[in-house]
Design a protein around this ligand. Structure first.
Ligand SMILES: NC(=O)c1ccc[n+]([C@@H]2O[C@H](COP(=O)([O-])OP(=O)(O)OC[C@H]3O[C@@H](n4cnc5c(N)ncnc54)[C@H](OP(=O)(O)O)[C@@H]3O)[C@@H](O)[C@H]2O)c1
Length: 234
């Protein structure tokens, strides 16, 4: 029970990596809030989380929209009274294309979800964490946000952006005892990858580590979960 009674807000918790992390956090005793745009998925995830004996709040919310995000954070605050851990996990990847052929609206959509989303959710959550002088923020990045891959400009730019956001924010809120790190989860079998790669359940360990006091000195860092105990989906 490494996260007993901690409250975690996990965006994109209805499926894939976010859901696997939410279930693992629940097993470690955390109270969970999840959001995504698909109500049916977060409701199903919430049932599985509650079956593990903890509380779960599921809120339909598009993280790229300011007002719904404010309401989401208000609801979590009302229900649990605080947020100890924020995981900015919700993300999208458009079909790979060369820059010259990338549609402007798809570029904008990628930035809206992958960059504006984490900014909006973090901006809404920060005052709660700053008041308590405590918190852990984990941003989900990608190996594509740390290297050069042809035809992935929109996704790569959003993930390089999230690395910059992580390090800047870490420098800004360190004095409030708020730690901000990013995780590159490896290649994970989810809807985003056409269900190819490691199982989502096998990449959650680093997310638990970053939420506990065991990682107390770690902030502004880019961690990988791919080397932890990745298992290929059978
Ligand atoms: N799978 C990999 O190999 C891999 C590798 C590197 C990084 N990542 C990153 O890992 C994160 C999770 O991806 P995944 O692989 O688990 O993909 P996934 O199965 O497609 O899950 C993405 C989650 O984000 C939610 N989401 C997307 N847009 C949203 C929005 N505007 N507002 C709220 N929720 C939204 C989705 O729900 P709705 O669509 O219903 O909103 C879903 O719950 C992403 O940030 C992704 O970039 C994945």
């Amino acid at each position: 029970m490494k996260l007993k009674d901690k409250v975690a807000l996990i965006t994109g918790g209805g499926r894939g990596i976010g859901k696997a992390v939410a279930l693992d956090y629940a097993r470690e005793g955390a109270k969970i809030a999840i959001c995504s745009r698909t109500g049916a998925e977060i409701e199903t995830a919430a049932k599985e989380i509650k079956a593990l004996g903890t509380e779960c709040l599921a809120v339909e919310c598009d993280v790229s929209l300011e007002e719904p995000v404010s309401k989401l954070v208000e609801k979590v605050q009302e229900r649990f009274g605080r947020i100890d851990v924020l995981i900015n996990n919700a993300g999208v990847m458009i079909r790979p294309a060369p820059v010259a052929e990338t549609e402007v609206k798809k570029w904008d959509y990628t930035m809206a979800v992958n960059l504006r989303g984490p900014f909006l959710v973090t901006k809404a959550v920060l005052p709660l964490m700053m008041r308590r002088k405590s918190g852990a923020i984990i941003n989900v990045s990608s190996s594509i946000g740390r290297g050069a891959y042809a035809n992935f400009a929109a996704y790569a730019t959003s993930k390089w952006g999230i690395e910059g956001f992580t390090q800047t924010l870490a420098a800004e809120v360190g004095s409030y005892n708020i730690r901000v790190n990013s995780v590159e989860p490896g290649y994970v079998a989810t809807k985003l990858t056409g269900y190819r790669g490691s199982t989502p359940e096998s990449v959650t360990g680093v997310f638990v580590f970053l939420a506990t006091d065991e990682s107390g000195g770690i902030t502004g860092r880019m961690l990988s979960s791919s080397g932890w105990k990745s298992e290929l989906k059978k």
